[in-house]
Ligand binder design. Structure first.
Ligand code: ADP
Ligand code: MG
Length: 247
């Protein structure tokens, strides 16, 4: 159970365009996520979901459009400063394999937040305890299950005290029996009032946790609304077809 008080921000994307060569991957995306709310992004493979998420912490720089945090444009802000405010969790964890679980959290705290050794270790231990892995601190990530490794990755992101968290198919690489623990942890973050943008294939999670669901297809958000409306009364033929394939 995660209990630390949090400062959160709203996120807004305005008319975001991204192309790779001649391939237009995002074709004018607008998305608003109010502070403390959770938006799940669903859609077929290749529709631009990961690219959209990467624009929110500017791992991908849009060709045009604006990005606002807390109502202020951060499209020209220092990307490193932005990434301290916007944490991201990936499908494949991206942990340092040759370092201990504790160091995986301590090292970014030291290099990015410039914290001293003791303080960084104290925060890292607290975050590990929050995700139920206090006893795993000395191990290498490879000694942990995929679900545990993903929880370490989440603890590492949380250690930065982000105002927004992005999840890109965080459970897609996990064995089925490990998915639930990670989804529960994410649901706990939503409950605690962090602003979350979650790209997921877990429709049950989207339905029960999301405040809003956005359906992407071919580089655009085709339909967006509360989960009950999107899942039970899809308007566009493309969403109807997508849901008939995944539900
Ligand atoms: P999704 O996450 O919905 O599967 P992505 O955002 O990963 O979609 O990709 C959207 C499209 O952009 C795909 O056709 C993909 O091949 C292409 N793409 C993504 N990243 C790059 C890149 N760095 N260079 C070229 N094409 C890319
Ligand atoms: Mg993707």
């Amino acid at each position: 159970m995660v209990t630390t008080a949090v400062r959160t921000s709203s996120v807004e994307l305005r008319d975001i365009h991204v192309s790779f060569g001649t391939l237009e991957v995002l074709r004018g995306v607008d998305l608003k996520v109010p502070s403390g709310k959770t938006t799940c992004v669903i859609g077929p493979s290749g529709s631009g979901k990961s690219t959209l998420l990467r624009c929110v912490n500017r791992l991908q720089e849009p060709d045009s459009g604006d990005l606002l945090l807390d109502g202020e444009s951060v499209i020209k802000a220092d990307p490193d400063a932005l990434r301290q405010r916007v944490g991201m969790v990936f499908q494949h964890f991206n942990l340092f394999g040759h370092r201990s679980v504790l160091d995986n959290i301590v090292l970014p705290l030291r290099s990015v937040k410039k914290l001293g050794k003791e303080e960084a270790a104290e925060i890292a231990r607290a975050r590990l305890a929050e995700v139920g892995l206090a006893d795993k601190a000395p191990y290498r990530p490879s000694a942990l299950s995929g679900g545990q490794q993903q929880r370490v990755a989440i603890a590492r992101a949380l250690a930065m005290d982000p105002e927004v968290m992005l999840f890109d198919e965080a459970t897609s690489a996990l064995d089925p029996e490990l998915v639930k623990g990670v989804l529960n942890l994410m649901a706990g973050l939503a409950e605690r009032g962090l602003t979350l943008i979650v790209v997921t294939h877990e429709m049950g999670f989207a339905r029960s946790v999301a405040d809003e669901v956005a359906f992407m297809d071919a580089g655009k958000i085709v339909e967006q609304g509360p989960p009950a409306r999107l899942f039970d009364e899809p308007q566009s033929p493309r969403l109807q077809r997508f849901l008939s394939q995944v539900l």
